[in-house]
Design a protein around this ligand. Structure first.
Ligand code: HPA
Ligand code: ZN
Length: 326
């Protein structure tokens, strides 16, 4: 239909994609073989059968197991190259890519292998395909703030190879304020700031991401609608929410996409965007998120244009790039 063609073809920014969540089962097994890593799954089909999630934690356990095959700079390059090729097909003109260095440094992988492999894939994609991309380093919130500070120090020799920091992993019990000092240090370093908040966690976590961490965007943020004062704050300050519909469905935040609250977020005047989160695990890349969400909720062309414009506006690209895209 014309609407589905519009959703697929319109230029868009992807602002919430964990690069480790783009690892397809076939690449997991290829890297396991190349690196002689033992996996607790017999084959691709057995791994795919394990993708039956009940909540965020049940996903994270499998997601970290999948990432265990990543050892060398070339592995990180290959993973990001594959994602960026896929994003170009979905008419993504700008990608801001999360990575989880602590998942890798904990296994003895050097920080430089992680960042240099991802960085080279970004620069080559810009050269080969014209997509604009940058990296955002995420701290794992189930670990301590001390460990986040060590991670930041390890990344400092490569400070020019990532544009910002984020906060991800298990949300409940790990509120943003646990990371107040490391985010203050990142702000002083001129890094852009985002954090996951209000995926499974309460509106209070979104408030503290804004007030304590001083983030510029909120990742997920769908629980904001429970708090009218928070909705007003997000709308007035034009704080973008990077919403991930298929992720929310698969992790049982909105078990039925028809009940997803993205239409109401837009109706409330919020700068909502559509993103894939972990496309290899949740059943689709960014265009699949758009198509399934619109098919389930009955939104139309007006919302499609609004979401594409929101994503480009909320990106951390320069003003000249944004002007060229819009
Ligand atoms: N939430 C928290 N941590 C994550 C996610 C998510 O949706 N995806 C990958 N790490
Ligand atoms: Zn996420």
């Amino acid at each position: 239909s014309p609407l589905m063609a519009l959703l697929r073809d319109m230029p868009k920014a992807e602002l919430h994609i964990h690069i480790e969540g783009s690892l397809e089962p076939e690449l997991i097994f290829a890297l396991a073989e190349r690196n002689q890593v033992e996996l607790p799954y017999a084959d691709v089909a057995a791994l795919r059968r394990a993708y039956a999630f009940t909540d965020l934690q049940s996903f994270l356990d499998i997601y970290y197991a999948g990432a265990s095959v990543l050892l060398h700079e070339q592995d990180f390059y290959d993973m990001a190259r594959a994602y960026l090729a896929r994003a170009v097909r979905d008419h993504v003109v700008r990608a801001e890519i999360f990575f989880d260095p602590q998942t890798h440094t904990a296994r003895g992988v050097p920080m430089a292998s992680v960042i240099n492999g991802l960085y080279r894939a970004c620069r080559e994609a810009e050269r080969d395909w014209g997509i604009s991309c940058d990296l955002i380093l995420c701290f794992l919130r189930h670990l301590s703030e001390e460990e986040a500070l060590v991670t930041l120090a390890q990344a400092m020799p490569l400070r020019d190879r990532f544009i910002g920091v984020g906060l991800d992993s298990s949300e409940l019990g790990h509120p943003p304020e646990k990371f107040a000092r490391v985010f203050a240090r990142c702000r002083a370093l001129g890094l852009r700031l985002v954090a996951h908040a209000g995926e499974e966690g309460p509106p209070a976590y979104i408030w503290s991401a804004l007030d304590v961490l001083q983030v510029e965007r909120v990742d997920h943020g769908v629980q904001a609608l429970q708090d009218a004062a928070l909705v007003q704050r997000l709308a007035r300050e034009r704080i973008a929410l990077t919403v991930c519909p298929l992720s929310n469905q698969m992790l049982q935040v909105f078990p039925d996409l028809a009940d997803h609250n993205l239409p109401q977020l837009l109706e409330a005047g919020l700068v909502a965007t559509v993103n894939s989160d972990d496309p290899a695990y949740f059943g689709g890349y960014i265009n699949e998120n758009f198509v399934q969400l619109f098919a389930a909720t009955g939104m139309g062309a007006r919302q499609a244009y609004q979401l594409a414009r929101n994503s480009l506006q909320a990106s951390f690209a320069g003003a000249a790039s944004k002007a060229a895209w819009m």
